[in-house]
Design a protein around this ligand. Structure first.
Ligand code: DQA
Length: 150
């Protein structure tokens, strides 16, 4: 069970950036929590943070045959990136989209996710816990599929 975790633009600044919106937990702390969950579940994870759309597209394309699932916070690219959406569609790797903030309770331009329609599901608004919930959901999905569930 191999899962690729992708953090999009500006998320390297978590804990510093707009703390009233995104909280005080750093990306390193989130990654440590995810590594702990994965280890406890017997899953392997690889983590990428990138501020570059093309690098994220490359990582998704390169995941084909190497990863069973993708956990992604596309950050601002959520609302703009046809390229990331197409990459997920192309590889057909089950993907869960996560956001720290509730994107539907914020500015209108954040209410549209180009990624959600090609994801298995979306977790939004639970702060850093969105990541843990999303990873838990992906692991449950993969374990279910291993037992013949949809
Ligand atoms: C975000 C929400 C996006 O709208 C924003 O551009 C981000 C972070 C979140 O995790 O809440 O950078 O994806």
């Amino acid at each position: 069970m191999k899962i690729l975790v992708i953090h999009g633009p500006n998320l390297q600044l978590l804990g510093v950036r707009e703390r009233d919106v995104y909280g005080e937990v750093s990306l390193e702390e989130i990654n440590a929590t995810l590594r702990g969950i994965a280890a406890g579940e017997g899953a392997e994870i690889e983590i990428l943070q990138s501020n570059h759309e093309g690098e994220i597209v490359d990582a998704i394309g390169g995941a084909l045959g190497r990863f069973d699932a993708i956990l992604i916070n596309p950050a601002a690219y959520t609302h703009t990136s046809v390229a990331i959406r197409d990459a997920i569609l192309s590889v057909k790797i089950p993907t869960v989209e996560v956001h720290l903030s509730n994107i539907y309770a914020r500015e209108e331009f954040r209410h549209t996710s180009l990624i959600a329609p090609v994801a298995v599901g979306q977790v939004t608004g639970f702060g850093s816990q969105s990541y843990s919930l999303g990873l838990g959901a992906l692991i449950a999905l993969l374990k279910g599929r291993a037992h013949g569930e949809k």
